[in-house]
Ligand binder design. Structure first.
Ligand code: FAD
Ligand code: DLZ
Length: 527
């Protein structure tokens, strides 16, 4: 009896995914396909590939244990066509289904292809909503309609009202304010030790994947091992519980802090799990709210955490589906410089960049402020070409899928969307990094100097960026004060700033191909 072929993509690994609803174990087949095209559209970090393939294999194993018929195509299976479409067509030949069911994908590129699957397969394809999010794209479109400017804060308040998260019985925000952002900016004090990082040892199924990835992607940027990620829903829940128990209470205070040799501080490290379906954003937010209501964590921690997921994560997804594909094409600041080679090697004398790139290479992880204010700020100030920066972020982080990466990089970091995502560029001099981290004390450059051979490059790049972008940014009311400060700068200093920035930028190498992954840790230099 022909049944339904249910195609589950590698970032849809939740048992509740819409494509599996109504599954008939006696008639249906679930298809998962490890395909070369998905491992190669950017040079993904080996840990990211291993996480996704291992999670796919564990997901298949879980379904089989339930008695579901699973057709799992492995990356090295003979005959693997290497693409979603190719594997779907081969599976249609094998199973002769009377219909195909899939869940809406996470990336425009896949969506464009998916629209042609029905015609190619000659079988009806039902594309179901991806309802793992609080705000469906059509709901975001309704929110955005008629607004001249989109701001996360207003969207977030509506989401709070709709979900009831952190509201009083009268529908007011807990504590009287919607947002405790100002209480999320403390640098790490001496003596406060972050908890050890959660780690799940690889089992036999994961070890097989690690061997495959090691053999197949030997030259990618990034270290495959130690591999610490959880690869099942149960493992991801354990990782989240570890965060709730050991880190959440400090999450609010030190959300923006950075410290040398501290990769995760009080962050949750759950974005890969949320993004591939091992964790559910609703469960996670409710759990954190319950910790606050039980008096175990302060409001700035619970609100700060929930804002990231209910606010930022939903907001960037809404923008992505509202504005694609044109969104990716804009370049509002006219940035064209090639990505410097050190993004792939970490070999730069700037300690902040070296720390973050090294950590990224080891763990496929950096927390938000590292991505925004270190690598991101540098990319903005140096005028790096948006597409090259985006491809780097999409490749190197285990949580990177275009729906979430692109608005963060193109909009929040590079301001390439001209202000759709955020009202002003997050440009900053070295002072910001000095305030929020201990990186500058370990750097060969002097963060107190603006010009000269020892000056922190972020200082002269910052002022030179403001000079170069004056026509585009000066009219922005949120930039008025900084332009007044620039105008008070002595002409000779302005000239020196320009000269130092030009010299520095001319000395940046261009992007080399991804470097071999087996390099000694660059952090040894910073110890
Ligand atoms: P925590 O700091 O513990 O925060 C909890 C959760 O909030 C995260 O797991 C994440 O799901 C969500 N979150 C926080 N900030 C954002 C945000 N700005 N956008 C969306 N979700 C957010 N996040 C990704 O999931 N994938 C990406 O590819 C990605 N690329 C980014 C690129 C840049 C330049 C910047 C500035 C941010 C990017 N982010 C991305 C957002 C954020 O940096 C990561 O979600 C976060 O660092 C993940 O670590 P965590 O789980 O420890 O997060
Ligand atoms: C990122 C990724 C990788 C590396 N490999 C696979 C794969 O082999 N099979 C698969 O189904 N998905 C993979 N993915 C995730 C997809 O790229 C993701 O599902 C699409 O980008 C849609 O968001």
């Amino acid at each position: 009896m022909p049944g339904t072929l249910r195609f589950v993509l590698g970032d849809q690994l939740g048992r509740g995914i819409s494509s599996l609803r109504g599954l008939d174990p006696d008639a249906d087949t679930v298809l998962l396909a490890e395909v070369a095209a998905e491992t190669e559209y950017v040079p993904h970090h080996p840990k990211k590939i291993a996480l996704i393939l291992a999670a796919m294999r564990h997901f298949s194993a879980g379904l089989r244990a339930e008695g579901v018929r699973v057709d799992h195509v492995r990356l090295d299976d003979p005959g693997n066509s290497g693409s979603f479409r190719g594997e779907l067509l081969r599976a249609v030949e094998r199973h002769r289904p009377d219909r195909i069911v899939v869940t809406f994908p996470g990336e425009w590129r896949v969506w464009t292809d998916m629209k042609g699957w029905e015609a190619a397969a000659g079988v009806p394809v039902e594309i179901r909503d991806d309802d793992r999010f609080f705000c469906p794209p059509r709901r975001f479109r309704a929110w955005a309609a008629g607004r001249r400017q989109f701001r996360m804060e207003f969207f977030y308040r509506e989401m709070r009202r709709e979900t009831g998260l952190l509201l009083t019985p009268d529908g007011e925000p807990e504590g009287g304010a919607w947002n405790y952002d100002a209480e999320n900016r403390r640098p790490l004090p001496r003596g406060l030790e972050p908890p050890p990082r959660f780690s799940e040892p690889p089992d036999a199924l994961t070890a097989e994947v690690l061997a495959l990835v090691r053999a197949r992607f030997p030259d990618r940027f990034g270290e495959l091992e130690p591999f610490r990620f959880a690869v099942t829903a149960a493992g991801a829940e354990a990782a989240f519980e570890h965060f709730v128990r050991h880190a959440l209470r400090h999450f609010g205070d030190y959300q923006d802090a950075m410290a040398a040799g501290q990769d995760t501080l009080f962050h949750a490290v759950i974005s890969p799990y949320l993004n591939i379906g091992l964790l559910d954003p609703r469960t996670v937010c409710r759990r954190v709210e319950a910790e606050y209501r039980a008096g175990r964590v302060p409001l700035n921690a619970a609100e700060g955490f929930i804002r990231q997921i209910l606010g930022w994560r939903e907001y960037v997804r809404g923008l992505y589906w509202l504005r694609m594909p044109a969104y990716a094409e804009t370049n509002a600041l006219g940035a064209t410089r090639d990505l410097p080679g050190f993004f792939w090697t970490g070999e730069t004398p700037m300690t902040c960049l070296r720390q973050v790139i090294d950590q990224t290479r080891r763990e496929a992880y950096a927390h938000h402020i590292q991505r925004l204010m270190v690598t991101g700020n540098f990319a903005l100030l140096a005028g790096l070409a948006p597409r090259q920066v985006e491809d780097w972020y999409l490749a190197v982080y285990a949580d990177a899928f275009e729906w979430v990466e692109l608005p963060n990089v193109h909009g929040m970091v590079l301001h390439a969307d001209g202000g759709v995502m955020a009202s002003k560029p997050y440009a900053a001099s070295g002072k910001y990094i000095d305030r929020m981290s201990d990186y500058c004390g370990r750097c060969r450059f002097d963060v107190r100097r603006t010009t000269g051979p020892d000056a922190c490059p972020l200082n002269f790049l910052y002022w030179s960026f403001l000079m170069d972008q004056r026509e585009r940014l000066q009219g922005n009311p949120r930039m008025a004060m900084i332009y007044r400060t620039l105008d008070r700068m002595a002409p000779a200093t302005q000239d020196a700033v320009r000269a130092d920035a030009a010299r520095f930028l001319a000395g940046l190498g261009t992007a080399d191909p991804p470097a071999p992954s087996a390099q000694p840790s660059l952090l040894e230099k910073d110890a």
